[in-house]
Design a protein around this ligand. Structure first.
Ligand code: ADP
Length: 269
C-alpha cells in the first residue's frame, strides 16, 4: 500500500481529528508484519541517504509535530537509527530566546533548514507559532492568524529551491497520552522526562486539537503536504514515517553523479 497517498491530508480539506482514529493501522494487522517492512525500509533509507548525499542536489526536511508524549523523540530514535549521522541534523525548537523573539518567527527556522545533500529533522518547528502561541495567547490573533499564509509562502520558496519537505502529525488519543505520562511517572528512569507542562498542557488538549485542525487544513499544500500518522501504536507510527520518507526519496529518481574527472586519463600506481 502507498502510505503517502493514504495518510496525506488532502490540500484544502477540512479535517476533524475526532473522526480520525489514532489507533488505526491501515494495511497492517500485526506488529510482527510491520517489523519486517520497517527493517526493509530502514535499509532502503540508508541507501537513499547515500544517494542524496552523493547527488548533492536536494535537501530533505522532516517536520515532526504532535501533542506531548505523541512520540516525536521515539520516532527520531527508531526511524533515523540506520542513517549516517554525518548527513543528518536534528533541531529541537524550544521556547524562543530573547534574541529570537526580536526577529520574525521564521528567522530561527530558516537557519536550520538543511543544506543540499543533507537530512534535517525538526523536533517541533515553526508550527509552534500557530499552536502554543495561539493556545496560550502569546501573540494577538491578528499576528498568528496571518502566519498560515506566511508559512505556506516560506515552504513554497524552500521547495522551489530543492528542499523536499515532509510534515508528520503524530496523532494520539487523550487516553493514550494519559497512559504514556503515567508510565513516565511510574518509571524512575523516565521521571526526568516530566515537566510541569505535561500536567498543565493536558487541560488544553482540546484547544490544541482545534489549533492542529487549522494547521493541517491550511498548511497541507501539494508541494509540502502534511501526513496524519495514527500514533497510538508506536510500531505503526515508525512504520508509516519510515515508509513515507522512502516513498518521497524514491520519487526524486536520484542517480549517482558522473565522475568529476576523466577516469581514462588516470592510472592508479
Ligand atoms: P519537548 O517537549 O519538545 O521534548 P521541552 O519540554 O523543552 O521539549 O518543550 C519545548 C517547549 O517549547 C514546548 O512547550 C513548546 O510548546 C515550546 N515552544 C516551542 N516553540 C515555541 C514558540 N515559538 N513559542 C513558544 N513556545 C514554544
Amino acid at each position: 500500500m502507498n502510505l503517502s497517498r493514504k495518510l496525506m491530508i488532502e490540500p484544502g480539506s477540512r479535517l476533524r481529528l475526532s473522526r480520525c482514529d489514532p489507533g488505526d493501522t491501515p494495511g497492517f494487522n500485526s506488529k510482527a508484519s510491520a517489523a519486517r517492512v520497517l527493517e526493509k525500509n530502514l535499509a532502503r533509507l540508508a541507501e537513499l541517504q547515500y544517494l542524496l548525499y552523493a547527488q548533492n542536489r536536494h535537501a530533505l526536511l522532516i517536520v515532526l509535530q504532535g501533542p506531548d508524549a505523541s512520540g516525536k523523540d521515539g520516532t527520531i530514535r527508531h526511524v533515523m537509527s540506520g542513517l549516517n549521522p554525518q548527513g543528518v541534523v536534528v533541531t529541537p525548537f524550544k521556547v524562543p530566546s530573547a534574541e529570537e523573539l526580536d526577529h520574525d518567527f521564521l528567522w530561527r527556522v530558516h537557519q536550520k533548514v538543511p543544506p543540499r545533500g543533507d537530512i534535517g529533522i525538526f523536533n517541533r518547528s515553526h508550527y509552534e507559532d500557530v499552536l502554543v502561541v495561539r493556545v496560550h495567547e502569546l501573540a494577538p490573533r491578528e499576528v498568528w492568524s496571518r502566519r498560515y499564509e506566511q508559512i505556506n509562502a516560506f515552504e513554497k520558496m524552500l521547495v522551489e529551491n530543492d528542499v523536499r519537505i515532509l510534515k508528520f502529525f503524530l496523532h494520539i488519543g487523550k487516553d493514550e497520552q494519559k497512559k504514556r505520562i503515567q508510565e513516565r511517572i511510574d518509571d524512575p528512569t523516565r521521571n526526568w522526562k516530566l515537566s510541569a507542562s505535561d500536567f498543565e498542557e493536558r487541560k488544553y488538549f482540546d484547544d490544541y486539537r482545534k489549533a492542529y485542525e487549522d494547521v493541517l487544513s491550511h498548511c497541507s499544500t501539494p508541494t509540502a503536504p502534511w501526513y496524519l500518522v495514527p500514533s497510538n501504536h508506536k510500531w505503526f507510527r515508525n512504520l508509516a514515517v519510515s515508509q513515507i520518507i522512502v516513498e518521497a526519496l524514491e520519487e526524486l529518481h536520484m542517480k549517482f553523479p558522473p565522475p568529476q574527472i576523466d577516469l581514462s586519463k588516470f592510472r592508479l600506481q
